[in-house]
Design a protein around this ligand. Sequence first.
Ligand SMILES: Nc1nc2c(ncn2[C@@H]2O[C@H](COP(=O)(O)OP(=O)(O)OP(=O)(O)O)[C@@H](O)[C@H]2O)c(=O)[nH]1
Ligand SMILES: [Mg+2]
Ligand SMILES: [Zn+2]
Length: 352
Amino acid sequence: MSKKKPLSRGQLRRMRANHQKRLHRSSQDTPTPDIQDSSLEPEQAGTVISRFGQHADVETLDGKITRCNIRRTITSLVCGDDVVVRLSKDAQAAIAGVVEAVHPRKSSLSRPDLYDGVKTIAANIDQILIVSSVLPCFTTQIIDRYLVAAEDTEIPPVIVLNKIDLLDDEQRPAIEAALARYQAIGYPVYRVSSKTGEGIDALTALLKDKVSVFAGQSGVGKSSLINALMPDAELLTGDVSGGSGLGQHTTTTARLLHFASGGKLIDSPGVREFALWHLPADRVSWCFVEFRDFLGTCKFRDCKHGDDPGCALQEALQQQHITADRFSNYHRIIASLDEQRHARQFRANTDE
Ligand SMILES: Nc1nc2c(ncn2[C@@H]2O[C@H](COP(=O)(O)OP(=O)(O)OP(=O)(O)O)[C@@H](O)[C@H]2O)c(=O)[nH]1
Ligand SMILES: [Mg+2]
Ligand SMILES: [Zn+2]
């Protein structure tokens, strides 16, 4: 497979300039047709189900979904936003509704973006379910990366171990010990199987009345779990054969779905793949919740928490307030961020 050459700075600059020109031109040439207020019903509350360019699908309290135009005064609108809408009086009108205003967000999920630095992809999420499983393999390194990403958003994470039907007596003690460590620092842990249905009732109760997202490595069974909880969603699972002619079903935009037994799901590939590279090291330390009490108490202000003398985290480790597993995963994350930063720096310097 041929690897795409990274864009040079010059190319990026030209792309951005063209993008700006296009935006400018489209706003001059094809202005949103003037929306006559008299053709619209009074204001009502709605939620953005999905955002497509100049439009948003908005669900009103009656459960109806309407594709709406967006007032130009609204600078950012994403899946999960609570909005004020006015629907058209005439169901056949070219413009079915207009998003008039957006309520302030309780929370938001973002990802790094080529143009904007960081791009918001979903709003008002109540919890992030970090799914892991024995297959492909159980690893606290990956769970900790997701936990850091979740803590950074300040949306509460929940750990879900799927495929417990595959858990054998040999693996069980180590996995249970790891899960117990997470529970000890305050993270809820759910053990489930989308295959046998074990633990699904508890998960259903967890999701009720909340807006959730599922995150986790490919193959851990996110789609299978969502399908078990939401039989109508028809999300693609890994065992659908690639040669079936159905093609790859890839969702490119975030969308909000309802669980039959209450609660909502925001499904988006961007939500599933958190990236950590934009986090500074001291933010990563803060994202390890059990480190917080000790941060700022090391002897040296710029302590790297390695073998620095007078390191409060090292001392907390000795006194078992911090586990060796979490501490080593912390250092791995810091090292990987440094590597990625150097790689990007190197590319940027050599491209010019
Ligand atoms: N034994 C067992 N297999 C499961 C379970 N849940 C999912 N699987 C299988 O695991 C594989 C991957 O499941 P998916 O639901 O596609 O995984 P995913 O997390 O959505 O993966 P991506 O969409 O690639 O991110 C499929 O073959 C599923 O049938 C389970 O509880 N037990
Ligand atoms: Mg999937
Ligand atoms: Zn230290």
